[in-house]
Design a protein around this ligand. Structure first.
Ligand code: ADP
Length: 609
């Protein structure tokens, strides 16, 4: 097996192995991204659920903290409802961490004769004063049914959230009889109303909670709202300035903030009637029995109740009325949905991964292509060195032997001396031209070749090139046809470089068009896409160029297969130099050729304006 074939097979095998590896990596990448995405989806869902639960618990705890500050305990003999609550309100305002949550305190106090009076807490005087019930409290201003149809019985420690007004309600209870103990034997003494600070809740409290559980350094990841999810939804709070119903219909998660009354927690079940003095059933939130039957604290001091319970720290049952029971925490991802957000991350990860693989593949392909090019160039350079050495050897040998003959006196007649002199001169010129070409190539490569562009008349330049090569055309029996369009405009070029290009093309026509012994030089203005150019064509009727050689003939050191086979003199630099020079002067060099019929090389130069 030849070395070249082995090399090609090796390259193909390498390409196949690398491509397979890339495909396997791409499949793995795809699967891995899918798995990651699923895990991410589950994690984010769990985090969202945890966040919603925490939001709800936080809200409930804070509200319980508010309620705890006003927890009910038996009204002592020395206290009236009013003085007891006034003290609680004062303590609350002085020491509570949740001060901002509450806007006002009110009492509906039941007078002995059974009439109710409305009292408002005045922080200046630290006492409750009779006031007219503010209309914003709505149905809470109607003392005829302060229970609002809500069965308070058994809920001695419970509070009720009034959704419409955003107020916490708590029944005021007193022992049913002077010797009685409340609970269980209580009677209504009125209603405590803690009006929550709506403004603070909407502008500060909810946004802070939303940020805490659904936000990061760059703000909220989710749109957060508290809404009555009826259709259309009614928003109590929203993180969006204009909440859309879609927030509810395509929410990623919803959770009810308050449960309605849990009957089984505090009330005797119908099937389990409470007998006599049997202890009240307590739910998870039930305080220790009797904790509030102790005498109330008379003065300031640490906020601990005599029963050993820190005020506001025990769980307080909060039940919602029908409006608040419909409130749901609604959470929807900023990107439309959590699925979409995860899908975006999936797409991005996949693109990044596949992009990296693509770049890897492209780099590998480039390395392969470049290594092949470098190999080819190295081979061409070797061919060039061999070719140039071979080319140099012939004139040098001729010059040396002619010089030897002259020195040895072998040549004696004057005509022979002249002949020898002419031969030495001719071979010397060939040598000089070759060296010139190599130096020119090196100069072009090092970007030392600079051209002075100026308007150049085409016809005289062609005439001068034809004249310079007249001895060769004559010697080779060539017919040179010249066809110059009348009124041809001058072109922008370096006159010497243009002349060299023409000579190069004519020399090639002489070398490779020997079969036809004919060449034509035409110059005409370009038309259509070539308008604004002057086209100078050197045409021959030689052997033409092999199709497989055609794409490479402008590459430096490249020699056509026929030229190599027939051992035609040359370095493979002529066309590459002519093309580079034409392009450096703002023009170009093109070729058309058909095998056995000849070739036509055309220089395109811009018209000088
Ligand atoms: P060189 O003539 O020294 O080989 P060139 O760069 O001038 O180098 O030409 C490169 C190759 O292009 C030649 O080896 C030959 O195969 C092909 N070629 C150039 N001119 C002609 C032409 N007029 N007819 C046929 N083949 C040509």
């Amino acid at each position: 097996m030849g070395f070249k074939l082995k090399q090609t097979l090796g390259s193909v095998a390498l390409i196949v192995v690398l491509s397979t590896l890339l495909i396997v990596l791409a499949v793995w990448q795809f699967r891995w991204t899918n798995e990651l995405s699923n895990a991410d989806w589950q994690r984010q869902q769990a985090a969202l659920q945890t966040g919603m639960n925490a939001f709800r618990e936080n809200l409930r705890t804070d509200l319980a903290g508010v309620c705890g500050g006003f927890a009910n305990w038996e009204i002592g003999k020395a206290d009236t409802v009013e003085t007891l609550y006034a003290r609680r309100c004062l303590d609350w305002q002085r020491s509570s961490e949740h001060r901002d949550l509450v806007a006002n305190f009110y009492l509906w106090e039941k007078a002995p004769e059974g009439k109710y009076s409305f009292l408002e807490f005045n922080p200046q005087t630290s006492s409750f004063q009779r006031e007219a019930c503010p209309p914003r409290l709505g149905d809470l201003c109607d003392p005829s049914d302060l229970t609002g149809g809500f069965p308070w019985r058994g809920l001695e420690f419970g509070w009720r959230l009034h959704g419409q007004t955003l107020a916490m309600l708590h029944p005021l209870l007193e022992p049913a009889s002077p010797q009685g103990v409340c609970p269980p034997h209580c009677t209504s003494a009125g209603l405590a109303i803690v009006e929550l600070n709506r403004d603070y809740f909407l502008k500060t409290y909810f946004p802070e909670l939303a940020q805490r559980y659904f936000g990061g350094a760059q703000g909220l990841f989710y749109q957060v709202a508290i809404a009555d999810t009826a259709t259309p939804p009614n928003f109590l709070y929203s993180s969006e300035s204009k909440p859309s119903p879609q927030m509810v219909t395509s929410a990623d998660g919803t959770i009810r903030l308050f449960s309605a009354r849990r009957r089984s927690a505090l009330e005797p079940r119908p099937e389990e009637p409470r007998e006599g003095n049997a202890p009240l059933r307590r739910g998870w939130f039930g305080p220790p029995r009797g904790a509030f039957n102790r005498p109330p604290r008379e003065s300031g001091g640490p906020p601990r109740e005599p029963g050993g319970l820190a005020r506001g720290f025990f769980p307080v049952p909060i039940f919602a009325d029908s409006a608040a029971a419909r409130w749901q925490l609604v959470v929807r991802h900023r990107n439309g949905s959590l699925r979409e957000a995860v899908a975006i991350t999936w797409r991005r990860n996949l693109l990044m991964g596949l992009g990296a693989l693509l770049i890897l593949g492209a780099s590998m392909a480039l390395v392969l292509v470049w290594s092949r090019r470098i190999q080819k160039l190295a081979k061409l350079q070797m061919d060039f060195v061999t070719g140039v050495s071979h080319e140099l050897r012939t004139p040098v040998t001729v010059i040396c032997s002619a010089a030897e003959n002259l020195a040895d006196g072998v040549v004696d007649s004057e005509s022979q001396v002249k002949q020898y002199g002419a031969l030495i001169g001719k071979e010397g010129k060939r040598l000089a031209a070759m060296i010139e070409q190599v130096l020119l190539f090196a100069a072009t490569r090092n970007e030392r070749g600079h051209y002075q562009r100026q308007p150049v008349a085409v016809e005289p330049t062609i005439d001068s090139a034809v004249a310079d090569l007249a001895h060769l055309t004559r010697a080779n029996g060539f017919t040179v046809e010249k066809e110059i369009s009348p009124n041809l405009p001058p072109v922008m070029a370096d006159p010497r470089a243009l002349g060299r290009c023409l000579q190069n093309l004519m020399t090639n026509a002489l070398k490779y068009g020997a079969d036809g012994q004919w060449m034509a030089i035409r110059a005409r203005p370009g038309s259509g896409s070539e308008a604004g150019e002057v086209l100078i064509t050197v045409e021959d009727r030689g052997r033409g160029i092999e199709p497989e050689d055609l794409p490479h003939i402008f590459e430096p050191f490249y020699r056509g297969s026929a030229a190599r086979a027939s051992q035609e003199h040359g370095t493979g630099l002529g066309l590459s130099l002519a093309k580079e020079a034409a392009e450096a002067m703002g023009g170009k060099l093109t070729v058309t050729s058909s095998r056995g019929e000849g070739s036509a090389f055309t220089l395109h130069f811009p018209v000088a304006t």
